[in-house]
Design a protein around this ligand. Sequence first.
Ligand code: FAD
Ligand code: NAP
Length: 345
Amino acid sequence: MHSKVVSNSGPAAHTAAVYLARAELKPVMYEGMLANGIAAGGQLTTTTDVENYPGFPNGISGQELMEAMREQSARFGTEIITETVSKVDLSERPFKYWLEYSEDAAPHTADTLIIATGASARRLNLPGEEKYWQSGISACAVCDGAVPIFRNKPLAVIGGGDSAAEEAIFLTKYGSKVTVLVRKDKLRASNIMAKRLTAHPKVEILYNTVATEAKGDGRLLQNLTIKNVVTGEISELPANGLFYAVGHEPATSLFKNQIATDEDGYIKTTPGTSYTSVKGVFAAGDVQDKRYRQAITSAGSGCIAALEAERLLAEEEEDASEPIIEAKKSEVNGAAPQYKTNPMI
Ligand code: FAD
Ligand code: NAP
């Protein structure tokens, strides 16, 4: 039995692994084999340059950054297994889990789990999207907005929520104009964000409007075909950049009905910690964070998860601390319970 399993392979999991391995807890990492449609290494393997991760003044490619993180995890003794966890049983400790293609075999077991399965940005599958993905089309303005192809060019954002508002306002620093396409006749964004967006002189909002095609010169995006869903009118919108802000999907189907999640499927954690509703299960990274979704915030929460897991195991080893409130099955859809190890109490 492993005393610790770190699941998955993005910045959250690798940070947790480095801390756990240095604490000699022999972490095991299942980095996934195209799990959730994403390569081992996580979302950053799908991008070009990462310019906002500290320590790399000239930026670093996402692939290179994740290879370096993997090397660092391995260097301190993390066992990295290139397989996908396909089933878990969190009803009692040690937790049981199974791997893809070998679900008939006896389960693996672990005292603690760190869930860091990440999330993926929703895409719209527009005609032309595949061709211009990362060549004008992106799902992360904060990540990609500053690249030269967007400087002083018309840009577009799809979505009417807080992310769309935030991304559009962020993009006004770079683009000549930002057009926000909202499929309904109103924004979903909070009042304060909606006010900021509507008041911005470089932003135009087109309500009742959807994009139907992304077009370019074969290399880079140049414009969008858009449609007013009320009048049926079709027109062309110049756009050298298109940013999706239509929500994310956390990779939590594996844990459905076994751990508390919010209405969008994100794992609930006690604020400021990685504690979930199940004692011994910690969550880090995008799988529990729909607000920030950055490599550095994921890495930070991976560190927190490792330190909290380490503390729990140490307390249990000393037999010095029984949980104040046991996680019960009935709490699966409720708030995350508190433990003695929880610094919040
Ligand atoms: P992820 O990176 O999502 O990794 C999770 C991993 O777990 C994946 O490899 C997945 O395959 C694996 N997995 C899932 N389920 C299983 C399973 N059942 N078994 C085994 N493995 C599993 N952030 C920045 O800070 N700067 C940037 O410049 C930046 N650029 C980005 C560009 C793009 C195109 C995208 C999509 C995101 C970008 N981000 C950027 C956001 C950043 O990538 C994420 O916030 C960060 O990767 C989240 O890390 P994570 O550890 O939570 O999980
Ligand atoms: P969201 O609130 O779910 O909004 C998604 C938006 O995308 C909605 O306007 C939705 O339209 C639109 N959309 C969905 N599918 C679409 C499609 N196929 N075509 C066109 N439009 C589509 O997601 P989010 O904005 O990412 O926010 C997620 C959570 O994080 C929210 O709780 C939000 O408050 C929070 N957040 C807060 C801040 C902040 O406070 N500054 C910043 C970012 C995120 P409809 O409205 O028509 O459904």
